[in-house]
Design a protein around this ligand. Structure first.
Ligand SMILES: Nc1ncnc2c1ncn2[C@@H]1O[C@H](COP(=O)(O)OP(=O)(O)OP(=O)(O)O)[C@@H](O)[C@H]1O
Length: 273
């Protein structure tokens, strides 16, 4: 598959929890190989539900896809086991970092290689690669993960995903609970992997400022609906859009007018080139 080719297609996805709570009302998005797509939106907008659906993990949460489809490099995601999706190169870092707290950092990383079915030699090579990306982890390799800092746990979780040799890396709120400098460090490393290896990245973020700084494009969710899609550069520079959809209220007149429009027409779908 070459750079720029469509890699992931989410088409009119509808999702329900416990047969009662409708979380997604028809979400569509696409990712091209080699791009970073940010999935933005407030608390409860449906970002995590969309990401879990993409790794076919919704059933584990008593959730169900009631309509729509997801295809990753031609594979029908909703008919593929989560572990097989990892082997195909679709790897997710769930919200909250999810390290095995009782294992040390290196043992955590190795589980990523085992999940993919890597050989011993590949695991050794991939460990060195992860340590070259996150040198701080090498120094902590024998420390119990649960006792390392939040930033180190996030790096361990990302490192473990990289051990599975992803072609699409999916990250749920990688900035959550981390200090600004750590967030910048992690995002720079992700951007550098994206640029040097063409790794595609889909990330859900409430921190739209940082996400729009590093992403190529963004899709904004509101109440389970994709309401806006566009180039990150354009969205970044549009105060009205940021106030409108991302809750970054400004004191300017333009900002207040935009915020009113959002309330009037929450189902509007706008594309910004
Ligand atoms: N396991 C679950 N059981 C029932 N309802 C759920 C479950 N997970 C999410 N929901 C509901 O689905 C909707 C979408 O939630 P989701 O977690 O996808 O949003 P989000 O944009 O990721 O928000 P956050 O940033 O707070 O995680 C919300 O109304 C939420 O309450």
């Amino acid at each position: 598959m070459s750079q720029g080719e469509i890699q992931l297609v989410v088409d009119r996805l509808e999702a329900v929890y416990n047969h009662a709570i409708v979380a997604l009302h028809g979400v569509s998005l696409t990712i091209r190989r080699g791009e970073i797509l940010a999935l933005l939106g407030a608390n409860g907008a449906g970002k995590s539900t969309t990401l879990k659906s993409i790794s076919n993990l919704l059933q584990a949460e008593r959730g169900q896809i009631t309509r729509g489809s997801i295809h990753f490099e031609g594979i029908d995601v909703l008919r593929t086991r989560p572990s097989d999706l990892v082997r195909h190169g679709l790897v997710q870092v769930l919200e909250g970092r999810h390290c095995f707290r009782a294992l040390n950092v290196e043992e955590n990383l190795v589980t990523g290689g085992l999940g993919r079915g890597s050989s011993r030699v590949e695991i050794v090579q991939d460990l060195e690669r992860v340590y070259s990306i996150f040198p701080g982890l090498k120094a902590k390799r024998r420390e119990t993960s649960g006792l390392t800092s939040g930033g180190e746990q996030q790096m361990t979780a990302i490192g473990r995903a990289l051990m599975s040799r992803p072609r699409l890396l999916v990250l749920d709120e990688p900035s959550m609970g981390l200090a600004p400098l750590i967030i910048r460090d992690i995002f720079r490393k992700l951007k550098s992997l994206n640029e040097s290896e063409g790794l595609s990245i889909l990330l859900a973020e409430q921190n739209s400022t940082v996400a729009l700084q590093y992403a190529d494009r963004a899709t904004v969710l509101e109440n389970g609906v994709a309401v806006l899609e566009g180039a990150a550069e354009v969205l970044r520079n549009r105060d009205d859009v940021r106030a409108f959809y991302l809750g970054e209220r400004t004191v300017s007149d333009e900002g207040s007018v935009s915020a009113d429009r959002a309330v009037d027409n929450p189902r509007a779908f706008e594309t910004i080139a």
